[in-house]
Write a protein that binds this ligand. Structure first.
Ligand code: GLY
Length: 253
């Protein structure tokens, strides 16, 4: 179960965030309203939510998930692969230290964005993407092992982040789309297959037996509901325009 979440308010420069989505510029006012509803959803899941101020110099800084990994035993400050995002790390460090005594770091030439990390109990799958490299993954695995946890690397080719196409819903249930459906390391999970049209909704998030699902993906919402979960839909259309999803917008721990 998670107790806490950390989010950061979107800044006005959000409209200039990194993207390959080709869905147009986000509407900033709408993004603020959607972010507010996202915070409400986190609270409905029973989380105490810390809301950090907007950081105008970092367009992508509301996607806090990428800059830290919060495990039950330590926190890890990452080193994002996107150069424009590296400066976000020092801004999350102070708040991470409020919650954790043990804070580890990924250092150069390692690169890790925690959108590439999927937690399954004490094991962490680490996607090797354009943002997370093998050196970063090796550093992370060493850190995890120091605290009695484990990690393994997942080769990937199609998606921005590992959790762009995967979502672990606990109870051995895994949402997967595209290249992840057939990967050997995931074949022991009960996979809910997400088709190409609904692929954005693979980034749904389990929080304390409620699953946050992006609005507009009824087939995914139904499949998750049919699997026995309570579904809370959240409209994140403006963040989708920046390749961002429900998991990217918070740290949950
Ligand atoms: N726009 C989110 C990212 O690309 O990191």
């Amino acid at each position: 179960m998670f107790k806490h979440a950390i989010v950061r308010l979107p800044c006005e420069a959000l409209i200039n965030g990194l993207t390959e989505a080709k869905l147009g510029k986000p509407d900033y006012s709408k993004a603020l309203l959607q972010h507010d509803d996202y915070v409400s959803a986190l609270k409905e899941c029973g989380l105490n939510v810390t809301v950090l101020k907007a950081l105008d110099e970092f367009p992508d800084s509301c996607f806090v998930e990428d800059v830290a990994l919060m495990t039950p035993h330590c926190a890890v400050l990452t080193r994002p692969g996107a150069p424009s995002r590296r400066g976000e790390v020092e801004h999350i460090a102070d708040v991470v230290k409020i919650f954790y005594d043990r804070v580890e770091h990924i250092i150069a030439p390692g690169q890790v964005e925690a959108g590439d990390i999927m937690m399954v109990g004490d094991h962490y799958y680490i996607g090797l993407s354009s943002r997370t490299n093998r050196e970063g993954a090796n550093q992370l695995i060493s850190i995890l092992e120091k605290y009695g946890m484990s990690g393994s690397m997942v080769e990937m080719a199609e998606m921005l982040h590992l959790k762009t196409g995967l979502g672990y819903l606990e109870n051995n249930v895994l949402l997967a789309c595209g290249e992840f459906i057939s990967k050997s390391e995931f074949q022991n999970y009960n996979i809910i297959k997400i088709n190409e049209k609904q692929s954005y909704s693979a980034n749904s998030v389990w929080i304390n037996d409620i699953v946050l699902v992006p609005s507009g993906f009824p087939e995914t919402a139904k499949a998750i509901g049919d699997a026995g979960y309570r579904v809370r839909e959240v409209d994140v259309s403006e963040f989708r325009k920046l390749d961002g999803g429900l998991s990217c917008l918070s740290l949950r721990f």
